[in-house]
Design a protein around this ligand. Structure first.
Ligand code: NAD
Ligand code: ZN
Length: 390
């Protein structure tokens, strides 16, 4: 059976395109009582973005906190809040933030039209009713959550997505200006999520021309963003020359003028945003691999966030992805990233066993990485030795 792949119906791309969000929403505001829910990462509370929201009198603003990655209990709580806010359903849900916020917006739009608890729907194609129309506005790039048909949630028993055609966003607003102020370390970890999506997809046994076409382009863009020493040096010189102009003064507050100037001159944010989109498209028609399986184990037991968890796991996978890991280490060196070490040191046997169980349970990921005979290669003992390296 070939998969009949559901894609995002509308995409708008370009610096400043966020200003068109109001026009996009206008088409969903069918009558005077129509209202919209803005699901926004609370990192933007009191920031310029808050003032730029195209908020109308009847709308609801739902600040979300993503310190912990999305849980099913949090989704249920948000769903209840929206139900209490009005008797009618909203005309649209707009998720503004990184992968966590986009996933919360997706889950909310599904749970508003499907009865019960969100953990009931963790799995594949369990959603019965179409969701509320939903829009993604990424402010952090790499996860590909803006294009995928899943919303990854940690439930009482498992970390697993609600995978369905109804999960896919109806509209994506890709404005590279919105990712400008992401702290560099976060940008690196989430960016590496995309890089690893590409490596796992391109080197996997499930690879096909559809996935390769997207994956190769995304990989090229990741390399341009994260390995681009030449352009960076040139920008440093330009920044140093123009030091007295103050032109970049407003940007330099955050983490130094050089880093920001790099991004402006090389359009790196535009590239990273498209890399995330294409990386997501690549895995949607193939699969991720060993690194993601191991990172899910880390996340389940240690609560490690997705991007950093993928980086920790990938660094231990030289045996399986030798070239990718070599290049990844070069990227870490350029960006002066120090990975946390010994994260599994001192872990109880019980937790180690559970972590192995979670990671081994992701069968398609292992089959994609190692082929049909994967069980002979990725034994519990082998996996334990990999976790111990992290
Ligand atoms: P995130 O959304 O968890 O955000 C990480 C941090 O960056 C948070 O502190 C957030 O407040 C902050 N942040 C976001 N945008 C910012 C901005 N513009 N400026 C400053 N700070 C900003 O990070 P992520 O890596 O994008 O997402 C990880 C989540 O995505 C995980 O929950 C993971 O399971 C999920 N994910 C989903 C899919 C999917 O297909 N649905 C794929 C991969 C990962
Ligand atoms: Zn990922």
């Amino acid at each position: 059976m070939f998969r009949n792949f559901k894609m995002v119906s509308n995409v708008i791309f370009g610096r400043g395109c966020f200003t068109q969000l109001d026009d996009i929403l206008k088409k969903q505001r069918h009558h005077s009582k129509s209202w919209v829910v803005f699901v926004v990462d609370d990192v933007f509370q009191g920031k310029i973005l808050e003032r730029r929201l195209p908020f109308h009198a009847k709308d609801m603003l739902l600040w979300v906190n993503v310190k912990d990655e999305p849980k099913t209990s949090y989704v249920d709580e948000l769903t209840l809040k929206v139900h209490h806010f009005a008797r009618t359903l909203p005309s649209a849900i707009v998720g503004i933030g990184g992968g966590s916020t986009m996933d919360l917006a997706k889950a909310l739009s599904l749970m508003l039209t499907n009865p019960g608890f969100s953990h009931d729907y963790q799995g594949w194609d369990l959603i019965k009713n179409p969701s509320v129309y939903h829009i993604a506005v990424p402010t952090l790039s790499g996860t590909g959550a803006e294009v995928s048909r899943t919303t990854v949630l940690t439930g009482p028993e498992k970390k697993l997505g609600i995978n369905s055609d109804h999960t896919v966003f109806d509209q994506v607003v890709l404005d590279p200006e919105l990712i400008r102020d992401v702290p560099p370390i976060q940008r690196f970890y989430t960016g590496m999520d995309c890089y690893i999506h590409c490596i796992e997809s391109l080197q996997g046994t499930y690879i096909n021309e559809f996935s390769r076409s997207y994956g190769e382009k995304a990989l090229t863009l990741c390399r341009e963003v994260f390995l681009n020493h030449g352009a960076k040096q040139e920008c440093k010189n330009i920044a140093a020359d123009g030091d007295s102009s103050g032109e970049t003064g407003d940007l330099s507050e955050r983490d130094g003028r050089v880093a920001d100037t790099d991004r402006i001159f090389s359009n790196e944010d535009d590239k990273l945003m498209m890399a995330s989109f294409f990386g997501g498209m690549s895995i949607a028609y193939s699969q991720v691999g060993a690194c993601h399986a191991l990172s899910y184990g880390l996340s389940y037991i240690l609560g490690t966030h997705h991007g950093i968890g993928c980086c920790i796991a990938f660094d231990a996978l030289e045996e399986f992805y030798p070239e990718g890991v070599k290049e990844f280490r070069e990227m870490m060196r350029i960006h002066k990233i120090e990975l946390p070490r010994d994260v599994t040191k001192g872990m109880s046997k019980e937790n180690m066993d559970k972590m192995i169980l979670v990671a081994l349970g992701l069968e398609p990921l292992w089959e994609n990485c190692l082929g049909k005979g994967w069980k002979k290669i990725m034994t519990k003992k082998k996996m334990k030795s990999l976790f111990k390296m992290m």
